[in-house]
Write a protein that binds this ligand. Structure first.
Ligand code: PMP
Length: 305
């Protein structure tokens, strides 16, 4: 990841990035007991706007609820969240688009493996919006590492510690010469990438694993599904076999840090024509327009002071 921009938020104020530290005995450090979200801030003509900010806040609150981090709901509401994001962006004044990473850390020291009632600190920082996967046709490898199931560490909650699962699978893919991994569940069904959701197109139908397939309920996934339905593209959210990807006409992925980016190869098989397909191209264009607030969905929040 790129370096945080100079001003970051921790606890209750902005501080220089080098001073934003968590204790080595905090549950966040010892157990990975933090949850997070990442959203894009678009910069155009000096004006800044955040994409689907209310949805990111809601998903963060839901991650806390799933894990039992109850101090978040007690201490934070959307108004405070929004005001803090505005303050953070005003302090850093990014000239280009950035990503904002917000984490809720359980900071109590060595409380044992429990969570309810434990003290929290929220951190926020800004970094350059550099995609984590190639945008011009990536190559994916199905992973020997299985996705953590909902009844172990739920993918629905963005738990920092659970990202060790993503690290294992992504590193294996990179070591094997691929750009990213495809996680399968214990039954061999397709889940998602290390940090992106996956879609395939077959016979003009858009297909993606449904939200109970051990995936993150990605906000860009929701965006693309909405755009597809509006374009009249038939959509199926259902269980997906790995071999369906091999014979798909098009495959693409979505995520804040992945964009809406095409996949040209899975496990050594060329997908479709091995070039950008028409449905991917259209949804990619629609996604880019949505990010810039050019669609009538009310997805963009101005970050004016
Ligand atoms: N799946 C995982 C595991 C992720 O980490 C991400 C990135 N946050 C996504 C999917 C995509 O989610 P979103 O569209 O909300 O960025």
């Amino acid at each position: 990841m790129a370096q945080p921009h100079p001003h970051v938020f921790l606890g209750d104020r902005l501080v220089p990035a080098a001073q934003a530290t968590l204790g080595i005995a905090s549950s966040a450090v010892l157990y990975g007991l933090s949850v997070y979200t990442v959203f894009p801030v678009l910069v155009a003509d000096g004006a800044r706007s955040a994409f689907r900010l209310t949805d990111h806040f809601q998903r963060l609150a839901e991650s806390c609820k799933i894990i039992g981090i109850d101090r978040f709901a007690a201490e934070w509401d959307f108004a405070r969240f929004h005001a803090t994001v505005v303050e953070l962006l005003a302090a850093n004044e990014p000239a280009e688009d950035v990503f904002v990473r917000v984490s809720v850390h359980v900071v109590e020291s060595i409380p044992g493996t429990r969570v309810r009632g434990c003290a929290i600190q929220v951190s926020m920082f800004v970094y350059d919006a550099v995609p984590i996967v190639p945008q011009d046709g990536m190559r994916l490898k199905s992973s020997p590492w299985r996705r953590i199931p909902d009844n172990a560490i739920p993918s629905r909650a963005k738990v920092n510690g659970a990202y060790v699962n993503s690290v294992l699978a992504k590193q294996d893919a990179i070591d094997s010469g691929y750009d990213d991994c495809i996680f399968l569940d214990g039954n061999g069904h397709v889940c998602e990438l290390s940090a992106a959701n996956i879609f395939l197109v077959r016979g003009g139908t858009l297909i993606t694993p449904d939200v109970s397939c051990d995936i993150l309920d990605g906000i860009n996934r929701r965006t693309v599904l909405t755009l597809a339905r509006e374009e009249g593209i038939p959509v199926q959210e259902r269980t997906v076999d790995l071999t369906e990807l091999y014979i798909a006409d098009e495959v693409f992925v979505t995520g804040t840090s992945a964009g809406a980016a095409p996949v040209f190869e899975v496990d050594g098989r060329v997908i479709g024509t091995g070039e950008l397909g028409p449905i991917t191209a259209s949804l990619r264009k629609g996604h880019a327009a949505a990010l810039r607030g050019e669609t009538p969905h009310g997805w963009v929040t101005p970050l004016a002071q």
